[in-house]
Design a protein around this ligand. Structure first.
Ligand code: ADQ
Length: 478
C-alpha cells in the first residue's frame, strides 16, 4: 500500500468518471507511477478538489482510496503547514518559513485521517509505504492503530540539519511521527545523519549504524536515491514522432543556435531567478548573443494558491519580460518562457533539442529532470549543468557542477558547457548514462523494499522475478 498526499489521478478525469493515471508535474507521482501501474496495490491519497469526491474505480491494478479534504483543510494542511512551514524550512530556509499555530492542528487532524484510511483498508501484516513531508505524522499514528503492519516512510525532499529543524515549534511530535516507521528512507546519507542527531538531542535516543533505538523499538534509516524509468524515457526519446518533433523545435529555434534549456516546477527552490540573472549578465557582457544562443525556460505552474508562489511567478515573468525587452530582436527573443504543462513526449523532444540543460536548484532532494535529460540523450551529446545542491549531483559527478549562489561561477560554468568539445561532452554523458542504467526507478524500489522487509518475504521473491514491480504485487493483500 502507498499512502501519499495525492492520488495519481487527473482531476478532470476524476470528475467525469474516466480515470487515468495522472502524470502530475510533481516528481513523487512520476517516480511511483512506474512501479505501481501494473501491481495490485492500494493507493491512499487526496483526489484533489473539495469534499468526499466521486467514487473512484480501480485504475489498472491499483485500488484508489480517496481521502477527503475541505477547503479549510487544504489551506491549513497543504498550503499552510506542509508548503509554507516544512517545505521552505527543509530547503535550507531559502525562503522564510511561516509558523502559524492553527495550521499545525489541521496538519495533525489530516494526518490522522490518512492514517485511519490506511488502517481501514490494509490487509493483515501488510507493508505500507508512506510518502513525504505532508504525512510525517502518519507512521506513528498508523503504528498505534495497526501494530501488525510493516511501515516504511520515505522523504523525497531534504531533511535539514538540527540548526534548522530546531526552529520548528512542534519539532518533537514531527520527529516522533516519522520514527513510528520501521524504515525511514532519505535521498542522501546526510539526511539520515541529521535524523540520528535530532533523535539523540530531542528524544534521548541511542543511535547506531543506520539505527535509532527509541521507545523500546529500533528504527532503521538509510539513503535510497530515487530515480526515473530510464527505459521509458530512452524509448520515448527514440520514437520517430519525438525525433521529428525535436527536429521541428530545432528548426523553429534556429538551426545554428545554441539552445539552453531549463524545466522546473515554478518553485523558489529551483533557482530560476538566479539563473535568469546569470543569463542577463552574460547577454549584457556580450559573452552570449541573441543571434547565436537562446534560452528555453519551461516553468510549470505549481501551488498557485500559495501567495509566495504567485509572487515568484510575477517576479520571474517580470524578469523574462525585461530581458526580452532589452536584448531580444524582432522574431528573436532572448528567452522562450513557457508556463505550461507538457506531456512526456513533448518533454523528451525538448531534452533532445537542448545543447545545454541547466538544472540549478538552490536545494533539491534529488531532481528528476536532470536524470530525464541524461536518459533522453541516446546521441551521447548535450551538456548538463547541475547544482551541487541537488541530490542528483552526488550521483552524476561528471555533470558541470555549479554553486548557483555564486553568480560568477554560474556564468563561467554556463560558458564552459556552451563551449565544451564534443569529445568531452561524450565522455561526461557516457559516465552519467552508465550510472543511470544501473540505478533506475526499479532499482530504487528494490533497494527500499528489500531493506523494509527484514523478514525476507518480499526480498526472497526479488531475485526470482524479472520485474521488481511484481515483488510488491505478489505479496499478500498489501
Ligand atoms: P519536484 O520538486 O516536483 O519533486 P523534480 O524531481 O524535478 O521536482 O520532478 C519534477 C517532475 O515534473 C519531473 O518528472 C518533470 O519531468 C516534471 N515536469 C517539470 N516540468 C513539467 C512540465 N512543464 N510539464 C510536465 N511535467 C513537468 C520532489 C522533490 C525532488 C525529487 C522528487 C522525487 O522536490 O527533489 O526528485 O520529488 O523524489
Amino acid at each position: 500500500m502507498v499512502v501519499a498526499n495525492r492520488l495519481p489521478l487527473d482531476d478532470n478525469a476524476a470528475r467525469d468518471g474516466a480515470c487515468e493515471w495522472r502524470r502530475s508535474p510533481g516528481g513523487l507521482t512520476g517516480a511511483l507511477h512506474s512501479i505501481l501501474q501494473q501491481a495490485p496495490a492500494t493507493w491512499v491519497g487526496w483526489g484533489g478538489g473539495e469534499g468526499p469526491g466521486p467514487r473512484l474505480p480501480t485504475v489498472g491494478s491499483v485500488r484508489l482510496r480517496p481521502v477527503a479534504l475541505s477547503s479549510d483543510e487544504q489551506r491549513g494542511y497543504y498550503e499552510g503547514f506542509a508548503n509554507s512551514t516544512l517545505w521552505p524550512l527543509y530547503h535550507d530556509a531559502v525562503q522564510q518559513p511561516v509558523f502559524q499555530r492553527e495550521w499545525w492542528e489541521t496538519y495533525r487532524a489530516v494526518n490522522q485521517r490518512f492514517a485511519e484510511a490506511a488502517a481501514e483498508v490494509a490487509g493483515r501484516h501488510a507493508a505500507v509505504w508512506v510518502q513525504d513531508y505532508h504525512l510525517q505524522l502518519v507512521p506513528r499514528m498508523l503504528r498505534e492503530l495497526r501494530p501488525d503492519l510493516l511501515i516504511g516512510f520515505f522523504m523525497h525532499i531534504p531533511f535539514p540539519p538540527p540548526e534548522l529543524f530546531m526552529q520548528l515549534p512542534r519539532r518533537v511530535e514531527l520527529l516522533d511521527g516519522m520514527l513510528g516507521a520501521d524504515l525511514v528512507g532519505f535521498q542522501r546519507e546526510q539526511a539520515a545523519h541529521n535524523l540520528a542527531q535530532l533523535a539523540q538531542k530531542l528524544l534521548g535516543a541511542q543511535t547506531g549504524d543506520h539505527t535509532v533505538h527509541v521507545g523500546g523499538r529500533t528504527v532503521r534509516t538509510g539513503a535510497f536515491p530515487v530515480s526515473i524509468d530510464v527505459a521509458e524515457m530512452a524509448a520515448l526519446s527514440a520514437r520517430p514522432d519525438v525525433v521529428a518533433h525535436a527536429g521541428k523545435l530545432r528548426h523553429d529555434l534556429g538551426e545554428s543556435k545554441r539552445v539552453l534549456l531549463s524545466v522546473d516546477r515554478l518553485d523558489y527552490t529551483k533557482g530560476i531567478e538566479h539563473r535568469l540573472t546569470a543569463y542577463r549578465e552574460l547577454l549584457r557582457d556580450g559573452h552570449v548573443k541573441v543571434r547565436d544562443t537562446v534560452l528555453v525556460q519551461v516553468a510549470v505552474p505549481s501551488r498557485e494558491r500559495v501567495e509566495s508562489y504567485r509572487d515568484l511567478r510575477d517576479r520571474i515573468e517580470g524578469e523574462v519580460g525585461r530581458i526580452n525587452g532589452e536584448y531580444g530582436r524582432v522574431g528573436e527573443p532572448a528567452i522562450h518562457y513557457l508556463n505550461q504543462p507538457f506531456d512526456r513526449a513533448q518533454l523528451a523532444a525538448l531534452y533532445r533539442t537542448a545543447d545545454v540543460m541547466v538544472v540549478t536548484p538552490l536545494r533539491d532532494g534529488m531532481n528528476l529532470v536532470a536524470k530525464e535529460f541524461v536518459a533522453a540523450r541516446e546521441d551521447g551529446l548535450g551538456a548538463l549543468v547541475l547544482s551541487e545542491f541537488a541530490g542528483a549531483a552526488a550521483e552524476l559527478p561528471t555533470a558541470f557542477l555549479v554553486n548557483p549562489h555564486d553568480l560568477d561561477g554560474l556564468k563561467q560554468t554556463l560558458l564552459r558547457a556552451l563551449e565544451a568539445e564534443p569529445a568531452d561532452l561524450r565522455a561526461r554523458m557516457s559516465a552519467m548514462r552508465r550510472h543511470l542504467a544501473e540505478h533506475d526507478i526499479n532499482a530504487w524500489a528494490r533497494a527500499y523494499l528489500t531493506a523494509l522487509d527484514q523478514t525476507g518475504r518480499l526480498a526472497q521473491r526479488l531475485p526470482q522475478l524479472q520485474d521488481p514491480i511484481q515483488d510488491l504485487a505478489d505479496s499478500d493483500p498489501r
